[in-house]
Design a binder for this molecule. Sequence first.
Ligand code: F6P
Length: 340
Amino acid sequence: MEKAWRVGVLTGGGDSSGINAFLRALCVGVWKRGGEVIGIRNGWKGLVEPDLQVLTPADVLDVTLKPGTILGTSRTNVVKMGAVNQVVQNIEGHGLTHLVVIGGGDTLSIAGAVADESPVPVVAVPQTIDNDIAETDVSLGFSTAVQRGIEAVSGIIPSNRAHGNPMLVEVMGRASGWLTLHIALGLEADFVALPEFPWSVDDLVEVYERTGPAILALIAEGVQTAELQVTHSRFDAFGNPALEGVVHRVAARFAERAGRYPRVQVLGYVLRGGPPNSFDLNLAWRFAVGTLHALEENVTGHMVAWRDGTTRLVPLGAVVGRERLVPAELFADFRRVMVR
Ligand code: F6P
C-alpha cells in the first residue's frame, strides 16, 4: 500500500499575491487524497533549523485573497551555506513524502540542488512579480503586480498633471523589465527605461523638452548606466543588490540638465500587496492541480510551468541559471506605438 502523503511546502524569496490561494488549493487537494500538508516556516530556513507545522483547515481559511505568504519567507541560500545535506536529512527526518517549493529564481535554484540529493521528490512552482523565470510564460503574482502598479500610478497622474510636474516612477523587477513594461501599457507613459536596454538621462530630458512639462517616466529599478554611478551597499544571500532608489539618481541628473526637479515615486511593496486578480486566482489553482499531478507521479526536480494556456512540467535544470528578459524586438514594437 502507498504511504500516506505528508507533503511539505515552503515559500521563498520575494512574495506576491496568489501564494496563499495556491497554498489553500494545494491543501484541499492533498487532504482529499487523505494526506497531510506540513507548512515549513520562512522558506528554506525552516528546513535548516526545522520549523514545520501541520496545516489545518483553520490555517487556510479566508486566505485566498490575502497577499503575502501565511508561511513566511526568507532568502536563505542553502547551497552557499553548505547545508543541502542538512536540508535533505530534515526532509527525511520529518517524514515528508514530497516537497513543494514556491518562489522565484533563487528559491528554485535551491529546489534544484536539493532535488539532486533528495530521495524525497521535490516539485517547484514559479512565483515572482519580476516574471523573470525561464520556461514559463508567466509567474504567479505578476499579473496582480501589474494591476497594482497601474492603479497606483493612474491615481497620482491627475495631481501631477495639475501641477505640471515631470514625474519619475521606479518599478521593481531586478534585471528584468517585464513589470515596468506592462505597467506602462496602462499609463500612456512618455518614457520607459528598462534594465535590458541602453538609455541615457539625456533621452529623458529630450522627451521632457519635446512633450513636457508633466511627463510620466517609468524607470525600472534595475537600470544601471555609467552616468548614474550606482553603487550597492546591501546584498542578499544570493548576491543580489538591494536596488531600491536608483530613480533618485535619475532625478538628480535630470534636474541638473533640465533645470527642474521631478516628482519621484518609488512603488516598492505596493506592487506585492492587494488581493490576487482573476488571472492569478486562475493560475494559483491550475498550478495546484499541476503540482498534485506531479506528486501523484512522484516526479522530482521539475517545475510546474504555464505554457500556451495550460500547465506543463519542465526540468529545473532548464530553468535554473536562466533569466527571462524582455526581447529587444518587443521593446522596439512597444516604443513604436506606445510612447510619443
Ligand atoms: O524579486 C522580487 C523583488 O520584489 C524584486 O523586484 C525586488 O528587487 C526584490 O524582490 C526586493 O527584495 P526585498 O523584499 O528583499 O527588499
